[in-house]
Ligand binder design. Structure first.
Ligand code: C2E
Ligand code: C2E
Ligand code: C2E
Length: 88
C-alpha cells in the first residue's frame, strides 16, 4: 500500500531562501542556484537536494549536517512536506 511516513528528503523553499533568508545562508542560496542550473530546473518553487550536498554544505559552515538542518529549519527555508506545501 501507499506509505505516508514523512520523508527525510531535504526540500528547500526557494522563495524564502532567495528573498528572505539572511546573509548567513548566502552559501546555501548560491549552491541551490548552481544545482538549479545543473538540472535545468528553473521554474520550481521548491528544490530537493542531495544528502551528499547537504554534508558538503555543512563542512562549509563548519557544523554537523543535523546542525545545518536545524539552522535551515529556524530560518524557515525547509519544506517539511512538499505535497502539503502545494496544497496550502
Ligand atoms: P548525474 O549525477 O550523472 O545524473 C544524471 C541524471 O540522473 C540527472 O540528470 C537525473 O536525471 C538523474 N539523477 C541522478 N541522481 C538522481 C537522484 O538522486 N534523483 C533523481 N530524481 N534523479 C537523479 P540532471 O538532473 O539533468 O542532472 C545533470 C547533472 O547535473 C548530474 O549528472 C549531476 O552531475 C549534476 N547535478 C544535478 N543535480 C545535482 C545535485 O543536486 N547535486 C550534485 N552534486 N550534482 C547535481
Ligand atoms: P514529492 O517529492 O513529495 O514532491 C512534491 C512536489 O514538490 C513535486 O510534485 C514538485 O512539484 C515539487 N518538487 C519537489 N522537489 C522538487 C525539485 O527539486 N524541483 C522542482 N522543480 N520541484 C520539486 P511532482 O513533480 O508532481 O511530483 C510528485 C511526486 O512524484 C513527488 O512527490 C515524488 O514522490 C514523485 N517524483 C517526482 N519526480 C521524482 C523524481 O525525480 N524522483 C523520485 N524518486 N520521485 C519523483
Ligand atoms: P529521489 O529522486 O527520490 O532519490 C532518493 C535517493 O535515491 C537519492 O537521495 C539517492 O540516494 C538515490 N538515487 C536516486 N536516483 C539516483 C541515481 O541516479 N544515482 C544514484 N547514485 N543515486 C540515486 P539523494 O541523493 O539524497 O537525493 C535526494 C533528492 O534530491 C532526490 O530524491 C531528488 O529529488 C533530488 N536529486 C538529487 N540528485 C538529483 C539530480 O541529479 N537531478 C535531479 N533532478 N534531482 C536530484
Amino acid at each position: 500500500g501507499i506509505r505516508h511516513e514523512p520523508t527525510n528528503k531535504i526540500v528547500l523553499d526557494l522563495e524564502k531562501l532567495y528573498d528572505e533568508a539572511g546573509e548567513d545562508l548566502a552559501y546555501v542560496a548560491r549552491y541551490a542556484r548552481a544545482i538549479q542550473q545543473q538540472r535545468g530546473d528553473y521554474n520550481g518553487r521548491v528544490l530537493s537536494i542531495r544528502a551528499d550536498d547537504l554534508r558538503a554544505l555543512a563542512i562549509v559552515y563548519d557544523i554537523s549536517p543535523s546542525g545545518l538542518i536545524e539552522r535551515l529549519t529556524e530560518a524557515g527555508v525547509l519544506v517539511a512536506d512538499p505535497r502539503a506545501f502545494f496544497a496550502s
